[in-house]
Design a protein around this ligand. Structure first.
Ligand code: AMP
Ligand code: MG
Length: 408
C-alpha cells in the first residue's frame, strides 16, 4: 500500500538494477591484498584437498581387517608417522604405526585407533573391540577433488576464501579493478570541518559518512569537497566527476523543485530522473547518468542520506563492482518498545538489538527518529524495517531487523 504519487522501494530498486552495468577491467593481485575484492575468475582446485590420506586423531594406524571381533589383538609397532614426516614403508597384517593428527597414513593402513583406546606395551600395541574399519581417516580429496570448482567469479573474497586459495597453492588472484566513486556535497550553508561557522551555517557531515560507507565497500574514493550552490561550480563539478569516476554521489539539493542548480545542471548534462521513493527517512533521490557515469543524488538530511545509501545506492554499487547478489541479512525478533508509524512508506527506524534477561534477542526503538538526528544512527546497531502498510508496532510484537554489522 504505497502512496500513489510515490515510487515503491522495490520499483526503484528494480529500475536501478536494470540500468546498471558491471564495470570491466581486472587486475592480478597477491592474496594479502585481496580481502573484500571481487573475484574475476573461476577457481578450480588444482590438487586434491587433503592432498594425501591422513589421520584425524593421534593414535595408531592399522589395517582394518586386523581389528578383533572379540577379545584383543596385539600388533607390532614398526614406526611413527608425524606431520611432515611420513612413515617410509608398507604396513603388513599384524603391524601398526604410531600416527599423529594430520600425518600421512602409511601404505597399507586404512584405519586409525585413538591413542586413549590402545594399551601400549613396549613394541606391542593392544587393541580391543568397538572399532570400525576405516575410522578416523581423512581421505585424499575429501574436501576438494582435483578440478572441482572452489570459487566463482563475482565472489566478494572473505578471510576463509583467502585461506582456501592459499591451501590450494594460489599466491595471486584475478579480481575486478576497484570501482571509482566521486562524491561531493552541495549547499551554501555547508562548511568543511576546520573552517569557522558563520550564522546559519553547519558542518558538512554527509561527506564523512559517505567516505566511511564507501571505504567499507572497498571502492576508490574521490572526495570533491563542498560545492557552492552556483551554476558554474556545480556544472564543473559534475563534468570533472564524470570524467574521472564510474559513479558520482552527491548529497543535498535532490528534492524536486529545489532552488539550487543541481537538478538544472543534471537536466542539461545527463539523463537523470528525480524520484520520490516511498521510504522514510529518505524519499527524494536523483538517479541517472552523466555521460557514461552513474549518478546518485542523495537527500541532504544526514539520516536520510545514510538510509538511502544503504538501501538503494549500495546494492547498485555492488552490482557495478560485479559482486554476487548479497541481500543483507534480515532477522525477525520481538520488539520491546512501541513504535509509531503512518501507513504509506517503508520505514527504516533505528533500533538497538540486545539480549533480554532470558537471553532472547529483542530490539527496541532508538530514541528520536527524525531524519536529521544522526546520533540515533550512532546509537543504533540495526534498522527496524517496517513495511509500507504497517500502522506501528506494539511492544511484544515481532519485527524485521537488518543488523548493521555482519561477521565475515
Ligand atoms: P537539502 O536536501 O539540500 O534540501 O538538505 C536537507 C537538509 O539537510 C538541510 O537541513 C541541509 O542543511 C542538510 N544537509 C544538506 N547537506 C548536508 C551535508 N552534507 N551535511 C549535513 N547536513 C546537510
Ligand atoms: Mg541544499
Amino acid at each position: 500500500m504505497t502512496h500513489p504519487s510515490l515510487l515503491s522501494l522495490d520499483d526503484a530498486l528494480s529500475r536501478i538494477k536494470s540500468a546498471v552495468q558491471p564495470i570491466t577491467g581486472n587486475e592480478r593481485i597477491v592474496l594479502n591484498a585481496a580481502l573484500g575484492r571481487t573475484l574475476a575468475e573461476e577457481i578450480l582446485s588444482p590438487i586434491d584437498v587433503p592432498a594425501y590420506t591422513n589421520s584425524a586423531m593421534d593414535g595408531y594406524a592399522i589395517i582394518g581387517s586386523d581389528l578383533p571381533t572379540e577379545g584383543k589383538v596385539s600388533l607390532k609397532v614398526i614406526g611413527t608417522s608425524s606431520a611432515g614426516h611420513p612413515f617410509d614403508g608398507e604396513l603388513q597384517p599384524g603391524q601398526t604405526v604410531r600416527i599423529m593428527t594430520g600425518a600421512m597414513l602409511p601404505l597399507g593402513a586404512d584405519t586409525v585407533v585413538m591413542q586413549e583406546q590402545v594399551e601400549r606395551n613396549g613394541e606391542m600395541a593392544r587393541i580391543g573391540t568397538g572399532h570400525r574399519p576405516g575410522q578416523h581417516v581423512r581421505q585424499a580429496g575429501e574436501d576438494l577433488a582435483t578440478g572441482q570448482p572452489v570459487l566463482k567469479p563475482g565472489r566478494k573474497l572473505t578471510p576463509a576464501d583467502l585461506g582456501s586459495l592459499a591451501s590450494l597453492g594460489f599466491g595471486e588472484v584475478s579480481v575486478k579493478r576497484r570501482l571509482r566513486v566521486a562524491f561531493f556535497s552541495t549547499g551554501d550553508e555547508l562548511r568543511s570541518v576546520g573552517e569557522p561557522l558563520a550564522e546559519g551555517e553547519i558542518y558538512d557531515s554527509n561527506r564523512y559518512t559517505l567516505h566511511a560507507m564507501l571505504t567499507r565497500l572497498g571502492v576508490e574514493l574521490i572526495d570533491m569537497g563542498v560545492i557552492r550552490d552556483q551554476r558554474k561550480a556545480i556544472e564543473q563539478a559534475f563534468l570533472d566527476a564524470a570524467t574521472i569516476a564510474d559513479t558520482v554521489i552527491t548529497s543535498g539539493g535532490a528534492s524536486v523543485g529545489e532552488a539550487d542548480y543541481v537538478s538544472e545542471t543534471l537536466a542539461k548534462l545527463g539523463q537523470v530522473d528525480f524520484w520520490k521513493i516511498a521510504i522514510k527517512p529518505g524519499k527524494p533521490l536523483a538517479f541517472g547518468t552523466v555521460n557514461d557515469t552513474l549518478f546518485f543524488g542523495l537527500p541532504g538530511n544526514p539520516v536520510s542520506a545514510m538510509v538511502t545509501f544503504y538501501q538503494i545506492v549500495q546494492p547498485a554499487l555492488l552490482q557495478q563492482m560485479g559482486q554476487d547478489d548479497s541481500t543483507p541479512l534480515r532477522l525477525q525478533v520481538t520488539c520491546s518498545t512501541n513504535l509509531k508509524k503512518r501507513p504509506g512508506r517503508t520505514e527504516f527506524q533505528r533500533g538497538l538489538l540486545q539480549r533480554d534477561e532470558q537471553g532472547r534477542l529483542t530490539v527496541s526503538g532508538c530514541g528520536a527518529q527524525g531524519s536529521h538526528i544522526l546520533s540515533s544512527m550512532s546509537k543504533a546497531n540495526c534498522f527496524i524495517v517496517l513495511p509500507a502498510n504497517s500502522t506501528g508496532v506494539h511492544a511484544g510484537e515481532p519485527v524485521e531487523i537488518q543488523p548493521f554489522a555482519g561477521l565475515i
